[in-house]
Design a protein around this ligand. Structure first.
Ligand SMILES: [Ca+2]
Ligand SMILES: [Ca+2]
Ligand SMILES: [Ca+2]
Ligand SMILES: [Zn+2]
Length: 430
């Protein structure tokens, strides 16, 4: 059991809603904290390599980004957080300002109030513990940033919140790392300032068809719980928003790949009113991949991670559709499919799918895997293989004298259960 802790030196109890107030507030919705954080071994950074100062500023930003309250950082001076000196500060100490830290105490915030107004607040981190900086589920070491975020909640006037709603202000440290909706509501009431939608959530980057873009899930991103209609109150996962224009009616394939994050994709209409398609793991490994047949217009892509904590990592995003290049696939007169190029796990292949008459479904259109070999014709697009679902998408294929967008679904053939078969699911003329 690891507890956050706080102490009000001159506090008054207040009535409360779900969020809890300590009985004081700053005269204005802002304050300055002085810090130059060095741990009790004299190191200026966490074992992960991030400087304590940078972690503390990130904790401030977590409130600044999501509430109307602003923390100002006065970095580079290190006042003793145990001194009542009219300055608010933060620091590691081996003792709790002359007392022994409780074994479960991570940090203590000392707040001085007068006539309901906070005059000074100091945070003392328990320097006898093992600290680090990381995201995600709790590990053996304490995560400095989420503890600092919690203590800064006390600094701005929030008390512990243990009623069960998602909150960074619970007495027990948890997997939550960011101020939650209840915490934001508390700040909005305490200071009579609305919580803004973070600027990052209004940012949409325009991307071009077929051009891969590189991005990163990181703390300056929008987080899922800030998006309208998010069903997940406590979803801290990072979100980047992209939009693209489609000039014709066509089937498009969207891919989101990452070596370090479990990518998750959603495709919306341009107003983000209608969810058109979503996917978690249809690509290679945990990569997301989806397809949808769309009318001409503008669409929104939500690049996200699949877990509800703030997973970081680089990613590549691409919207694929072949509009005017030669098609990489064609249907022959005997209904075989010749594929000049298909990308599978980063490599190019070419090959043939052979027409198969299924005695169990003579009306259906089926193919089985013919030959397949490395070394497809680069520069030819329009065939996409989904490793997760084994779907094959043609956008488009040349057939019967025109272009068709088509989807083949894998088919388990009872007569040949280990063979590779596909059935035509849908085809639309371009
Ligand atoms: Ca002080
Ligand atoms: Ca980003
Ligand atoms: Ca995934
Ligand atoms: Zn606390």
């Amino acid at each position: 059991m690891r507890l956050f802790c706080f102490l009000v030196l001159y506090g008054v109890a207040a009535t409360s809603f779900a969020y809890q107030f300590m009985g004081g507030r700053w005269p204005q919705p802002e304050t300055t904290i002085r810090f130059d954080l060095v741990d009790t071994q004299g190191r200026d950074r966490a074992p992960s390599g991030t400087r304590w100062n940078d972690g503390f500023r990130e904790a401030m930003e977590r409130w600044n980004r999501s509430t109307g309250f602003t923390f100002h950082a006065d970095e580079g001076t290190a006042p003793d957080p145990c001194r009542s000196d009219g300055q608010s500060g933060a620091g590691f100490r081996v003792d709790d300002c002359g007392f022994v830290f409780g074994r479960t105490t991570l940090a203590i915030t000392y707040t001085q109030t007068r006539a309901g107004l906070i005059e000074e607040a100091d945070i003392v981190f328990n320097g006898t513990l093992d600290w680090d900086i990381y995201s995600g589920p709790l590990r053996r070491r304490e995560d400095f940033v989420r503890v600092a975020t919690h203590e800064l909640g006390h600094v701005l006037g929030l008390d512990h919140e243990d009623s069960g709603v998602p909150s960074i202000m619970t007495s027990l440290v948890s997997d939550l790392e960011f101020p939650q909706k209840d915490d934001m509501d508390g700040v909005a009431v305490l200071y009579d300032v609305p919580s803004p939608q973070p600027e990052a959530c209004r940012r949409q980057v325009a991307i071009l068809l077929n051009q891969p873009v590189e991005g990163r899930f990181e703390p300056s991103d929008c987080q899922r719980r800030f998006l309208a209609d998010s069903p997940f109150d406590s979803d801290d996962s990072f979100v980047d928003l992209y939009r693209f224009q489609l000039p014709v009616t066509a089937l498009v394939v969207v891919q989101l790949a990452s070596d370090t994050a479990d990518s998750y994709l959603e495709l919306y209409d341009r107003e983000r009113q209608k969810l058109i398609a979503w996917d978690d793991d249809s690509g290679t490994g945990l990569d997301a991949m989806l397809y949808a047949r769309l009318e001409p217009g503008e669409y929104l892509i939500q690049a996200n991670t699949a877990l509800s904590w703030a997973q970081t990592g680089d990613y590549r995003l691409q919207v694929r559709v072949n509009l005017d290049q030669p098609s990489a696939a064609r249907l022959t007169d005997d209904w075989n499919i010749v594929i000049d190029a298909v990308e599978v796990d980063g490599g190019l292949l070419h090959g043939e799918l052979l027409s198969y008459v299924n005695p169990l479904d003579p009306e259906g259109l089926y193919w089985r895997l013919g030959n397949i070999a490395a070394g497809g014709a680069s520069g030819r697009g329009g065939v996409v293989y989904f490793p997760g679902s084994r779907n094959v998408i043609f956008n488009p294929i040349d057939a019967l004298g025109r272009h068709y967008d088509a989807v083949l679904r894998p088919y388990v053939n009872p007569a040949d259960p280990t063979g590779w078969y596909w059935r035509l699911e849908s085809a639309w003329p371009r």
